[in-house]
Design a protein around this ligand. Structure first.
Ligand code: MF3
Ligand code: CO
Length: 253
């Protein structure tokens, strides 16, 4: 069931989104080779709590981290660890869900660590571009499949594949609400967007083949072919005449 949000509820989600944005700014400023992903998780949690939020990820089906930190061929749900040390040339994604005043906002960024290869930078840029090309189609009356097809088209035309084992989703009081939003699809199909829908658009893109596997920790999702992967996400509200992105940080504005 898709719940439509009132302008008041969307304003509360935007408050949660502003906290997510602050975390990205803090992580980006701190990011350097030699840091462990656990240290970055702790920094993220300090920023979340000092801004009146809580991590919606911690404890979600037993998830142990405050945020998800996924490096290189890890595409999703990387558990922060003192043993995972970032090195020059890595790409690292931070997937963050904050709850504040009972409402959630969810976003993800992938950043290079120090100097990175041109091919990694291209993957980051295309993934991000696919989000913005797709999001600008959003307005009431549009089919969800139009958004999905655009994400697929932008990434595949650049030689990448889309992860099919995980999807975008609705969001609100819960981190995951209906509908489910695959990163592929057909224009003109699927539900019709309405004012008040709040959705997470989140291209998860692979340099190689789309197949993933989950490690023995039950969370960490890696690319089977061990090639690079990338993730970019924002929480988006459908407005009367278009859309509003609720999780933009200064770097993205
Ligand atoms: N933030 C992820 C998403 O984009 C979900 C993380 S699940 C968790 O939907 F358990 F790891 F928190
Ligand atoms: Co999400």
């Amino acid at each position: 069931m898709i719940t439509l949000k009132s302008p008041r509820e969307i304003a509360l989600m935007k408050e949660a989104g502003a906290v997510v944005a602050k975390v990205f700014e803090g992580l980006k400023a701190a990011l350097r080779p030699g840091l462990s992903t656990l240290e970055l998780d702790e920094l993220a949690n300090e920023i979340i709590t000092s801004n009146g939020g809580i991590s919606a990820e911690k404890g979600y089906y037993g998830y142990p981290g405050n945020i998800c930190i996924s490096v290189n061929d890890t595409v999703l749900h990387g558990i922060p660890s003192s043993k995972i040390i970032l090195k020059e040339g890595d790409i690292v994604s931070f997937d963050i869900v904050v709850r504040k005043h009972g409402y959630c906002a969810d976003a993800c960024r992938t950043y290079p660590v120090g100097m990175t290869s041109p091919k990694a930078l291209r993957l980051i840029e295309v993934t991000r571009q696919s989000f913005f090309e797709a999001v600008k189609l959003i307005k009431p009356g549009v089919h969800l499949g139009d958004i999905q097809a655009k994400i697929q088209e932008v990434n595949e035309s650049n030689g990448y594949s889309l992860i099919r084992d995980y999807t975008g989703h609705g969001i609100g009081r819960e981190m995951h609400e209906d509908p489910s939003i695959p990163n592929y699809g057909k224009a003109g199909t699927g539900i019709i967007l309405k004012e008040g829908m709040t959705i997470c658009i989140e291209p998860m893109v692979a340099e190689g083949k789309s197949a993933t596997r989950v490690l023995g920790d039950g969370w960490t999702v890696k690319m089977k072919d061990e090639k690079l992967s990338c993730h970019y996400e924002n929480t988006v509200a459908v407005t009367a005449d278009g859309y509003e992105i609720l999780t933009l940080d200064e770097g993205e504005k």
